[in-house]
Design a protein around this ligand. Structure first.
Ligand SMILES: Cc1cc2nc3c(=O)[nH]c(=O)nc-3n(C[C@H](O)[C@H](O)[C@H](O)COP(=O)(O)O)c2cc1C
Length: 376
């Protein structure tokens, strides 16, 4: 491990036709500060800070493509043309400071939340009578509803291109709709959308094709994919790895490797805690390394990356092409430039997840440790 600004991590590179100044990605991070779907000044300032801080590609937080998939009223929407002008502010401020920017297209599935006054019910591939991992009402989708959602992902991507985004990323990980379709635990359908792996990936394939048709061949379309669920009895790595291979074959231009459905404790989610040493870092490294050998599209590794030299080793050893950071950049949005200048300090984030807990209470994204002044 070397750690120099001549590092492979700082070599300009490309995905499809999109040039990038380095191999650092800001992994999608929900900020909880949109105004009923619209971009706010707070977000514009945050994206300016991130871009100025040196990251190569910014992926926005979850942005819903249809109001049946809305997770929060503080979340961004791309479900109508009226949102395009606000989104343009994000793309232009990101570009002003040299970063590229992709929007994360999202549907919450059964995790959707609606205003208390609404009688809407969230939708999912199947309804499970008992599920220790999920509380709340929802119902199984009809086939017409599935096709409608496919179409709205395509429309969202078309709007993204109009708003100046350099790429889109489909959210196919964690607890949400595409993971719910991919996992045999939540997808119990007996029609063509359920059963074997290819059927459970049909939604992904149809969404990809719908988007491609609407944005053209040259536009980069990525997916963040949950490779294994966080509890026994869910999606297993052997199938998740095959799923990644299918996604590359469908035509996705980059895969970001994460986990699927969440279990009960943080350790069974994508935001693991106690990332105190190198052994706890890069917790999806093995998945990414194995998948990288099987696909010929760029692979992004996310999850617990904190040490520059470790990230360099992972990319040098061809276990991933890009390194993707969320909590590190909440704590230190300028850390990429620190590293570029030769200050290779380990990320200061202590993975306490207080940022996440504040968001869940309806507060806006910030590092609580920095705010309380416990650490510089
Ligand atoms: C506050 C917070 C918000 C997040 N929002 C999103 C999101 O909008 N979309 C997404 O795919 N992942 C989201 N994640 C997960 C991160 O992108 C990332 O996969 C995970 O935190 C592990 O990476 P890290 O150790 O660099 O934080 C979020 C994580 C945190 C902590």
């Amino acid at each position: 491990m070397t750690g120099t600004s001549k590092s492979i991590l700082f070599e300009p590179t490309k995905i499809k036709n999109m040039g990038l100044r380095n191999r650092f990605v800001r992994s999608a991070t929900y900020e909880g500060c949109a105004d009923d779907g619209y971009v706010t000044d707070k977000q514009v300032n945050l994206y300016a800070t991130l871009s100025e801080g040196g990251v190569g590609l910014i992926i926005t937080g979850i942005t819903y493509v249809h109001d049946s998939g809305r997770f929060s009223k503080f979340q961004n929407s791309i479900a109508g043309d009226e949102f395009i002008d606000g989104l343009k502010k994000l793309t232009s401020v990101a570009h002003q400071w040299g970063a590229r920017i992709a929007v994360q297209l999202f549907h919450a599935g059964r995790e959707a939340r609606f205003p208390k006054s609404s009688d809407r019910v969230p939708i999912a591939p199947s309804f499970l009578e008992a599920d220790p991992y999920f509380k709340g009402g929802y119902r199984a989708m009809t086939e017409d509803e599935i096709w409608k959602i496919v179409d709205t992902f395509g429309d969202g991507a078309k709007r993204a291109r109009e708003a100046g985004f350099d790429a889109v990323q489909i959210h196919g990980a964690h607890a949400y709709l595409l993971s719910q379709f991919l996992s045999p635990y939540t997808n119990r359908r007996d029609d063509k959308w359920g059963g074997g792996l290819e059927n459970r990936l049909r939604l992904h394939r149809e969404i990809y094709q719908n988007i491609r048709h609407k944005v053209g061949e040259d536009y980069p379309v990525f997916i963040k994919v949950g490779i294994q669920d966080g509890f026994p009895g869910g999606l297993e790595f052997s199938e998740g790895k095959l799923a990644a291979q299918y996604l590359a074959e469908f035509g996705f231009d980059a895969l970001e490797i994460s986990q699927g459905l969440r279990g009960s404790s943080y350790e069974e989610t994508e935001f693991k805690t106690k990332i105190n040493n190198l052994d706890r870092e890069a917790y999806y490294r093995r998945w990414s390394a194995e998948i990288k050998k099987k696909v010929d599209v760029p692979v992004m590794l996310v999850g617990g990356l904190r040490t520059f030299e470790l990230m360099e080793e992972i990319v040098q050893d061809e276990e991933a092409d890009f390194v993707s950071l969320s909590r590190t950049l909440i704590r230190e949005p300028g850390i990429i430039n620190d590293w570029k200048r030769g200050d290779y300090h380990r990320a200061k984030c202590i993975s306490c997840n207080k940022c996440l807990e504040a968001l869940r209470k309806g507060e806006t994204l910030r590092c609580i440790q920095r705010e309380t002044g416990k650490i510089s």
